[in-house]
Design a protein around this ligand. Structure first.
Ligand SMILES: *[C@@H]1O[C@H](CO)[C@@H](O)[C@H](O)[C@H]1NC(C)=O
Ligand SMILES: *[C@@H]1O[C@H](CO)[C@@H](O)[C@H](O)[C@H]1NC(C)=O
Length: 391
């Protein structure tokens, strides 16, 4: 009996305890509905008791930023160039490059001024799929067995599974650049030196374009599709850098969605940042690199920073193109005419983060550079077909 009463007592205590716990919880829940709520959407990093600790918050945020930067800088410093990672891969001036996304093996493709495409893994092998300068190359984003290469009269797709360079499209008017409109690479946007752009669908059997559009440019040198909002593409030419909406593209009378103003001379390249597309970096012959804030694509976008950069490559070197590090939303790389020869890495704020150089091995200007999408690998190409791999 005593045992029974003890158990009963314990049971009562437990029930009481549970009631108290429930009361306590409901008080907490009631209280929490009076507490400030976090809003939906982006929200500035301002601490709750703003006034009291703003200095300390600033300090911790600065530290966080600095240590993150240091990590990135350390990964850049770990990438070095050595003699065995320099190789002549094409016969002449490198005009474009692409790197295979493989994480275990480095395979680089380079295109030169005479239409050669060189592949470099262990040794280098040269093909001649074009008759003119290879302006632009990409491995297909959905099938890395395909290498697309563009010269002034053709876009080809090198398909390694069939060992053929297929012809995707051909034109009388000179092509300058292309990009994929969709992740599955079935449609591309093409730019022409005379300024107009064209849409090509690979699924149609003919080799002409679906749509040809006058965008009002005297010259279009590069096109680049927004990484997220795939309906937008950037075109850059003589003085013009504009964003257009592919859905409203028509033969004539196209109006840009946004204009990136300020360029005083011809523009060599304009690319969206790789993850969100909220930045654009341009290279201009007025000796400036410009970074724009394209977070919202209003009619004119804000210029974030301007960097002085000698872009006077002359007629024997390819023009510089500033390319984003695909792994870093806010950092881009560009070759340099300065001595010692180097490839520089800048933050979108204009801050110089790192310079790749090697006074023994890197003795020439690398105008065209490509960065691996997931590994710490950078390849720079020079004007005699020589590639330099920093890794
Ligand atoms: C590619 O993607 C587009 C848009 O997402 C879609 O309409 C098209 O059918 C796709 N093509 C293939 C071959 O999967
Ligand atoms: C390209 O690089 C190689 C090796 O670094 C060098 O020997 C060659 O002179 C360079 N070409 C030019 C045009 O600077």
């Amino acid at each position: 009996n005593a045992k029974f009463f003890a158990a009963l007592k314990l049971h009562e205590v437990c029930i009481e305890f549970n009631i108290i716990r429930m009361l306590f919880l409901s008080v907490i829940i009631a209280l929490s509905s009076f507490l400030p709520q976090a809003p939906v959407g982006p929200f500035p990093m301002v601490p709750e008791d703003q006034a009291k600790n703003s200095k300390w918050t600033e300090a911790i945020l600065n530290t966080w930023m600095r240590i993150s930067e240091v990590l990135y800088q350390r990964s850049l410093s770990s990438m070095v160039l050595s003699e065995e990672n320099i190789r002549k891969v094409v016969k002449s001036r490198v005009c474009s490059m692409a790197i295979h996304p493989s994480e275990s093996t480095i395979l680089v493709a380079a295109g030169d001024v005479y239409g050669h495409v060189g592949l470099w893994n262990e040794g280098a092998h040269i093909f001649l799929p074009h008759n003119f300068q290879v302006n632009c190359m990409h491995f297909s984003p959905c099938n890395p067995a395909h290498l697309l290469s563009l010269s002034k009269d053709t876009l080809r797709c090198g398909d390694v599974t069939r060992a053929v360079f297929d012809e995707i499209c051909r034109s009388e008017e000179d092509y300058s650049c292309f990009d994929f409109l969709e992740e599955n690479a079935s449609t591309t946007i093409m730019s022409h030196w005379d300024g107009h752009v064209a849409v090509v669908d690979r699924r149609t059997p003919r080799t002409s374009s679906e749509l040809s559009a006058d965008i009002g440019f005297k010259r279009t040198r590069t096109v680049h599709v927004h990484p997220v909002k795939k309906q937008y593409f950037m075109a850059a030419g003589s003085l013009d850098v504009c964003v257009f909406d592919i859905r409203y593209l028509k033969a004539k009378g196209n109006k840009p969605v946004s204009t990136l103003v300020g360029h005083k001379k011809s523009v060599a390249s304009a690319y969206f940042s790789p993850v969100t597309g909220s930045r654009v970096v341009t290279v201009c012959a007025d000796d400036k690199l410009r970074v724009y804030d394209t977070t919202s694509l209003s009619s004119t976008v804000t210029l974030l920073s301007t960097i002085r950069h000698n872009s006077n490559t002359g007629r024997w070197l390819s023009r510089f193109r500033a390319v984003w590090d695909p792994k870093q939303e806010h950092c881009f790389l560009v070759g340099s005419l300065a001595q010692p020869r180097k490839i520089q890495v800048f933050q979108d704020t204009g801050k110089l983060l790192h310079s790749f150089y090697n006074t023994v091995c890197l003795t020439s200007v690398c105008s065209i550079n490509v960065v691996h999408p997931s590994q710490n690998i950078l390849v720079g190409g020079n004007s005699s077909g020589r590639l330099h791999v920093f890794k």
